[in-house]
Design a protein. Structure first.
Length: 689
């Protein structure tokens, strides 16, 4: 189940914007004349859409470049276009698919000319033509709720329903938009499975021991393979065709499950180039150099046959080709944690059994004494209860999460409430609404109301930013209750309370919270952030200890700009840790995949630049995953680069001239590591290289 996009004509201008108000996504089109979009039935677009309109135009212009696939009435791709295109299609029926932050489809019966520059994508139809414009939201909701007991056999049957969300069993389900959201789980006195969540018959079974930890670990694979999960001896994967794969004896069962998921997923990502999206993929080139695999036959085979082929390839042969996973979640075997599995599986996160370790009290590494400067705590009575900290083991993933008791150091604290709140997320309007609260003038350096780079007003995604200074407890309560996309709190936190102009606001006194995402940039703000989640928040960034004001200013400004440019709160926090030592004091509570802004390419990225001399540079890109999970792909618009790359990878270094590098850096604002410093691609130093 998805949300319905909106189609908004420009006020006083020629064009319209397609808006996904739940996911804070906006895609504007300029037109050659004023338009009055008329709603039409969402059919005939080659793919499902959630809403559609028709309008009469001779030209549609998109303000940035994205890949475009032109399909004929049978769905076959007749043309692919992206950077610096100049293509013409003869008169005929076409559906133009735009890989934008919102899935967009243009249906037309005419000739089509597609042209693009560095920052403009135009569709010309020769004369005024009635075109259909369809859009599909990326916001998914569970279709139903499964009730289960805590018993392993019942949990296994409940997890077996996760495959019902898949929109196809083909390789194309490696794309996040074709997987869907698994059904909700809730605990009860007996197992109840609605008919609406009957999974497709993939002919695959996963057999695991009767313990919750391993069943939790099997849930992402069960979803991706539409597999049934059974409890029994000899942990294994088997198919109706008689294929049996026993999980590696020299690894844990959970790690064996992960390896199956990694290989099956990667092979599907490569083979889908034989299907809906026949692009030149870098990872395909590298795989074909190592493995003799008929990818066309692989794509056409059924799921169980593809699985057998994928598992016949030794893991070591492809290990270095696999994308770095988006999220590894460490889960304790508590029964209540089963209710969070659908949300982790929706991201296709890896779930690992949490290690049995003794938690420590007050294990945060920095204190006010160590910082030795003006901090964002106020005088403390010492009455605040000290949390119990846990340190999840290291994992090779962009993000880590903790599902269980305790406060994780360096990881995202997951709660069911955050994900449930996200399902009920409502729109605050067509623009992203940001509230900045500053309750101490000495901290005002963290924001500048006139600084458009912090939370910018952009044609692609406008922001409405309000700044509130020296607020009272009553006013702060109102701001948290407001329907706001992001709240940035700059001020003191004392004993689990916000310090206000007229006293304090206890976190437990917060009303129902309307704010979706937040940054509480005060000392030891974890407790108040957790309470914001309990009251209705979705995901936020908080601190574990005292933070010095200079560090807090630097981290706060960095995080704000990252969120502004499409990074999730979890990825923004991870980058902050590499930017400044004090960044290690920041963690995420709730749904770490929450986003505020959007990346124009759909895939947030960062880069490192090396100067080679003689006007030559070496560019190292790092591609992050989209907020809906693993499986997206990205193409850098650089002359001479004609390959797509899977999100979650670091493409081979690209050598280029200063002019080419400057042109690439102008396309979007991204964080850059240059000469040992963090900076931004839009900085003046890159205007002329």
């Amino acid at each position: 189940m998805t949300a319905v996009p909106r189609f908004r004509p420009f006020d006083g201008g020629d064009g319209l914007a397609v808006v996904d108000p739940i996911e804070n996504r906006r895609c504007p089109f300029r037109t050659d004349r004023p338009v009055s979009p008329r709603p039409i039935a969402p059919a005939g677009f080659s793919f499902p859409v959630d809403g559609a309109v028709e309008l009469t135009v001779a030209e549609l212009v998109f303000p940035y470049v994205v890949p475009v696939y032109a399909r004929d009435p049978s769905g076959e791709v007749v043309l692919e276009a992206d950077h610096r295109a100049a293509e013409r299609l003869p008169a005929g029926e076409y559906v133009l698919e735009l890989m934008a932050p919102i899935k967009l489809y243009v249906r037309v019966d005419s000739e089509v000319t597609i042209t693009s520059t560095d920052d403009r994508l135009a569709f010309e139809f020769g004369e005024p033509t009635t075109v259909g414009l369809g859009a599909r939201s990326r916001h998914e909701r569970p279709a139903a709720t499964v009730t289960t007991t805590p018993e392993p056999a019942d949990l296994a049957r409940a997890v077996s329903t996760f495959g019902s969300a898949l929109k196809t069993l083909d390789c194309d389900r490696s794309l996040p938009s074709l997987r869907g959201h698994p059904p909700r789980l809730e605990l009860g006195s007996e197992l109840k499975i609605p008919e609406a969540v009957e999974p497709p018959d993939s002919g695959v079974r996963i057999v695991v021991p009767p313990d919750r930890a391993t069943i939790y670990a099997a849930s992402p694979l069960a979803h991706y393979l539409a597999a049934s999960v059974e409890v029994g001896p000899e942990p294994r994967l088997e198919t109706d065709a008689g294929f049996v794969h026993r999980f590696d004896a020299d690894t844990s069962i959970a790690r064996g499950i992960e390896r199956v998921l990694e290989r099956a997923f990667f092979l599907d990502c490569v083979a889908r180039t034989e299907g809906l999206y026949p692009v030149k993929l870098h990872e395909r080139d590298r795989l074909e150099d190592r493995v003799d695999l008929a990818l066309e036959e692989f794509y056409e085979a059924d799921l169980s046959e593809r699985l057998e082929t994928a598992l016949s390839i030794p893991h070591e042969r492809v290990a270095d080709l696999l994308p770095r996973w988006n999220l590894v979640a460490h889960a304790t075997p508590d029964p209540e944690n089963a209710t969070v599995l659908p949300y982790l599986v929706d991201e296709l996160a890896i779930v690992r059994p949490a290690p049995e370790r003794r938690p420590e009290r007050d294990a945060s590494p920095l204190t006010a004494h160590a910082i030795g400067e003006f901090t964002r705590s106020s005088d403390s009575s010492g009455s605040e209860e000290r949390p119990t900290y846990v340190s999840p083991p290291e994992a090779d993933a962009f993000g880590q999460a903790w599902l269980g008791d305790g406060v994780p150091v360096g990881a995202n604290k997951l709660t069911r409430a955050a994900f449930e709140n996200g399902l009920e997320r409502s729109s605050s309007g067509d623009a992203v609404e940001v509230a900045i609260v500053c309750n101490d003038p000495e901290m005002a350096a963290e924001f500048d109301a006139d600084d458009g780079t912090l939370y910018g007003e952009r044609e692609r995604l406008p922001f409405e930013v309000t700044v509130h200074g020296d607020v009272t407890s009553g006013r702060l309560r109102e701001l948290f209750a407001a329907d706001v996309d992001f709240l940035h709190y700059v001020g003191h936190v004392r004993d689990g309370a916000f310090v206000c102009a007229d006293g304090v606001l206890e976190a437990r006194e917060l009303p129902t919270v309307g704010v979706d995402a937040f940054l509480i940039n005060g000392c030891r703000s974890y407790g108040v952030g957790a309470r914001v989640i309990e009251r209705g928040g979705v995901g936020g960034i908080v601190t574990l200890s005292d933070v010095g004001n200079r560090d807090a200013v630097a981290v706060g400004r960095l995080v704000a700009r990252l969120l502004n440019n499409g990074f999730s709160v979890r990825d923004a926090t991870s980058l902050a840790r590499s930017y400044r030592l004090a960044g290690n004091q920041y963690v995420v509570v709730g749904d770490g995949s929450a986003t505020v802004g959007q990346a124009g390419s759909g895939v947030a990225n960062s880069c490192r630049i090396e100067s080679l001399g003689d006007d030559r540079y070496r560019l190292h890109l790092r591609l992050y995953h989209v907020d809906s999970g693993v499986g997206a792909q990205y193409v850098p618009y650089i002359d001479g680069v004609d390959r797509h790359f899977l999100a979650g990878t670091e493409p081979p270094p690209i050598e280029l001239s200063g002019d080419s590098l400057a042109r690439f850096l102008r396309l979007a604002e991204i964080p850059v590591r240059y000469d040992g410093d963090w900076c931004w691609s839009t900085d003046d130093r890159f205007a002329e290289l």
